[in-house]
Design a protein around this ligand. Structure first.
Ligand SMILES: C[S@@+](CC[C@H](N)C(=O)[O-])C[C@H]1O[C@@H](n2cnc3c(N)ncnc32)[C@H](O)[C@@H]1O
Length: 225
């Protein structure tokens, strides 16, 4: 536990815009999330498809309105899932969407009201940039069982540079540097074509994106980490 508090800009802004957040922010494709869950020891890939081990206890920190939680719920998690979120507004929308998830904690990464060694995995989707510090990591380590896993995941905007290509700007599509992207099998060839032939050639895409990036000032931003 630490005396630090969640970033007040985060809590205040998410308290006021949680309904819009839920409508306009991206969700997470199972194509990427399912192998991510395998890496975290929460699923296995079987010949007939992914098999999810819902006996594994997950703590999702910064769950927000549950955009990532949707994937966990769709994969069968319920009572073994706990969500933690400092914005009461975000939790209000979360609760409307997932009343069946009873373990909802209003709190922050700095003081997680769970026992030591109590969860198999901690997942943070689109959120670690708000609290990427030693205090949070110590709390996360405290609640994780020995050999428990921490999984961090972000959705990148199409024109964002992926984390490993910030310097040389070699980005293609979304997060082209990720191991998951490289192993993706574009079964529907059209997806790739849409990226290559349409979005990549639309000047408005870059202009609009740069415009709204202009509002991203003085707060931690995953795009810049
Ligand atoms: C961009 S939202 C992501 C929400 C959701 N995981 C998603 O993927 O849509 C970031 C979330 O981090 C939460 N947050 C900010 N600081 C936090 C902290 N110190 N501990 C836990 N959550 C925090 C915010 O309240 C907000 O709901």
């Amino acid at each position: 536990m630490s005396s630090k508090q969640a970033n007040s800009t985060a809590v205040n802004s998410f308290n006021t815009n949680h309904s819009e957040y839920d409508v306009f922010r991206p969700s997470f494709t199972p194509i990427l999330v399912d192998p991510f869950l395998v890496h975290l020891g929460l699923a296995t890939y079987e010949p007939q498809g992914y098999k999810f081990d819902t006996s594994k206890k997950i703590l999702e920190i910064a769950a927000g309105t549950g955009k990532f939680t949707q994937n966990l719920v769709d994969s069968g998690w319920k009572d073994t899932l706990t969500v933690l979120e400092p914005s009461s507004g975000m939790l209000e929308t979360f609760n409307k969407k997932f009343p069946q998830i009873k373990n909802q904690i209003l709190g922050s990464s700095y003081d997680i009201s769970l026992d030591d060694d109590s969860v198999d995995a901690v997942i943070i989707a689109q959120g670690f940039h708000w609290f990427a510090d030693l205090e949070s990591l110590k709390e996360i380590q405290r609640v994780l069982k020995p050999n428990g896993k921490l999984g961090l995941i972000w959705n990148f905007d199409y024109v964002s540079y992926s984390q490993d290509s910030v310097k040389d700007k070699k980005t293609e599509y979304y997060n082209a540097g990720s191991q998951y992207y490289k192993s993706l099998d574009f079964k529907v060839d059209n997806n790739k074509k849409v990226f290559e032939e349409y979005f990549n050639k639309q000047p408005w895409n870059e202009v609009v994106t740069q415009y709204f990036y202009g509002f991203d000032v003085d707060v931690p931003q995953y795009r810049q980490n």
